[in-house]
Write a protein that binds this ligand. Structure first.
Ligand code: HH2
Length: 293
């Protein structure tokens, strides 16, 4: 049925003006049809597929200009790898990596900026310097993170993770993976809205405390998450399931598989996909949107 319908409409509300937004009754709205692209900008030495690629703020800026020109609605700036087995990065080090880049991006681009952090103080500073949204892989479990977003009047991504990056892939277990992920995300989203956030995106957290079978089930049953009012974000870019399904051991060679995974997620209602290769995804999504009408 879905393939016969037009692209779905999605929106995010902000309590302050952001690039590309229009004033609405209770704030500012950014809206789009179909599936938006969130480009990944990792300022880390050790991210699983692109660690060490961004050397300085100039390099980050030209990378973001390219992502924006290719069609990214948002760029997600992160200073701590969350790959399986990753060690936590101290707050000062994470701040040192991301804040100068965010300051430059806010001053010199028109793209929406997301800060990918689970540390409320890093999020607060990033928002002060011009970030527009918080992406919290720990699912807004820390009440201080909710306070920071509510004070700044910005939306957040609540992502599901079982355990923590250091040990999450050791033995992930669920009775009902879709039901458990859904109930966690709805609880977190409702409590964030009740605490004053203008909007919340929900994300099943592919690969975060999940086997490849769990990821597959979540993707096949994504409609169960996308039937709610929360825009659903899906991040499968270059992740290990693509190695398993397509036989690509080198992460940077997994972009075609990532496109296929994200088109599938879009057919199940994903409002946004988090991707390394923005240009490749934009090309595939543009053609797909025309074909389905
Ligand atoms: N995946 C990663 C990081 N942040 N955020 C959301 N909301 N959803 C995701 O699926 C997600 C995320 C891991 O990918 P990457 O940033 O490429 O790698 P690393 O954590 O090694 O930097």
């Amino acid at each position: 049925m879905t393939a016969l319908m037009g692209p779905e409409h999605h929106s995010l509300l902000f309590y302050k003006e952001v690039p590309g937004s229009r004033a609405v009754r209770c704030g500012y709205e950014v809206s789009w049809n179909g599936t938006a692209l969130m480009g990944i900008l990792n300022i880390t030495p050790d991210s699983f597929s692109d660690g060490g690629r961004i050397e300085d703020a100039d390099c980050a800026l030209s990378c973001v200009h390219a992502m924006s020109a290719s069609g990214a609605l948002i760029v997600d700036v992160g200073g701590e790898s969350t790959r399986p087995g990753a060690q936590p990065v101290p707050e000062v080090e994470e701040a040192k990596r991301v804040l100068p880049v965010i300051e430059r991006l806010a001053a010199e681009t028109e793209v929406l900026i997301s800060i990918d952090t689970s540390k409320p103080r890093v999020a607060r500073e990033a928002l002060r310097l011009g970030a527009h949204l918080v992406n919290d892989v720990t699912g807004l479990k820390n009440p201080q993170m909710i306070e920071v977003c509510a004070e700044a009047g910005v939306p957040a991504v609540a992502m599901h993770m079982q355990g923590n990056p250091h040990s999450m892939q050791q033995n992930p277990r669920y009775h009902d993976v879709v039901g458990e992920v859904e109930s966690f995300l709805l609880t977190q989203a409702e409590s964030a809205l009740a605490s004053g956030l203008p909007s919340v995106l929900i994300d099943p957290g592919l690969g975060f405390g999940k086997t490849i079978e769990h990821n597959l089930t979540l993707l096949r049953e994504l409609r169960r998450l996308s039937r709610f009012d929360y825009p659903v974000l899906v991040g499968g870019s270059r992740k290990r399931m693509i190695e398993q399904w397509a036989g690509r051991s080198e992460p940077s060679n997994r972009d075609f598989g990532s496109v296929a995974l994200h088109l599938f997620a879009a057919s199940k209602g994903a409002a946004m996909v988090r991707v390394h290769d923005v240009a490749g995804h934009a090309q595939a999504f543009n053609v797909w949107e025309v074909l389905r009408g």
